[in-house]
Design a protein around this ligand. Structure first.
Ligand code: G1P
Length: 290
């Protein structure tokens, strides 16, 4: 039986202090890469993977995200009147269908696991995706689609992974590897942000997950981990034995837009990939005193 992954959770409650002052009055998820907000990259990726219902776990000061995915009739009318059909199409494309989008709040910053748990009633008892909007992926096949395609063969929990330098393990959830065929990794453990000396591997979890509802049942226990937070990693690890855990080495490049270098690199790579910008941008880059 093929189980469809219909729902995706987007945790967008984080404060974005690393981008102050830009994020003083604006959600960090609305920072643009070229001309599209980070969160829209994640939503488009989810859509391309067949996701039908978009669940946002928000917090204070995040209403710009709700407005962004709603229609803007006044602007549409203006663009229509001016015959700006391209812009009109972009605008309509960023509107999500009413009833297919839900917002719930994480009232206290208790960690990523807690944020996902806040969506439990909206998810129900079915497998679901999680996309962390700080991470954007430049891939031929969208990263979540790669996971969703790999999922039926393994079921359980499947997470996107990349190999990182040992000195970076303390930034990620890291898999304990049982077997590895180069693409698919069977894991028998997962540790949140281990120091290089204790890291079970260099196989680090990127911000895309397809998860079993067993993880939500585990999160019901509200156990805290690293930094005193309720970690998604710990809940996933605790379900091993009940459901399998696999890592999937996706094809493509990930940009961690939660830090400034990753964010700047993403802007450069995505601009160079845009037919309407690439040539002029390349020429402009050459004028920089690098
Ligand atoms: C979160 C997760 C971590 C994962 C990372 C990917 O950490 O807790 O397991 O590897 O995202 O970006 P954060 O970056 O929010 O500290």
């Amino acid at each position: 039986m093929t189980v469809r992954i219909r729902k995706a959770v987007f945790p967008v409650g984080g404060l974005g202090t690393r981008f102050l002052p830009a994020t003083k009055a604006m959600p960090k998820e609305m920072l643009p890469v070229v001309d599209k907000p980070l969160i829209q990259y994640a939503v488009e990726e989810a859509r391309a993977a067949g996701i039908e219902h978009f669940i946002f776990v928000t917090g204070h000061g995040k209403t710009a995200i709700e407005d962004h995915f709603d229609s803007n009739t006044a602007l549409e009318k203006l663009l229509e009147k001016d015959g700006k059909t391209d812009l009109l199409a972009f605008l309509r494309d960023s509107t999500l269908e009413s009833g297919k989008i839900s917002y719930t709040r994480q009232s206290e910053p208790k960690g990523l696991g807690h944020a996902v748990w806040c969506a439990r009633d909206l998810i129900g008892d079915e497998p679901f995706a999680v996309l962390l909007p700080d991470d954007i992926f430049h891939c031929k096949t969208p990263c979540l689609k790669q996971l969703v395609d790999a999922y039926p063969a393994v079921g359980g929990n499947i997470v996107a992974v990349q190999d990182v330098p040992l000195e970076h393990t303390s930034r990620y959830g890291v898999l304990k590897v049982e077997s590895d065929d180069g693409h698919l990794i069977k894991a028998n453990g997962m540790v949140e942000k281990p120091a290089p000396e204790t890291a079970p591997s260099r196989c680090a979890v990127s911000g895309r997950y397809v998860l079993s509802p067993e993880v939500l049942r585990e999160l019901d226990h509200q156990k805290t981990g690293v930094k005193g937070e309720i970690q998604l990693t710990d809940a996933i690890a605790a379900t091993i034995g009940r459901v399998p855990l696999h890592g999937f080495r996706y094809e493509g490049r990930r940009f961690d837009c939660g830090n400034k270098i990753g964010f700047l690199m993403a802007n450069i790579e995505y601009a160079l990939d845009r037919p309407d910008l690439a040539d002029d941008f390349k020429a402009a880059l050459k004028t920089l005193p690098l």
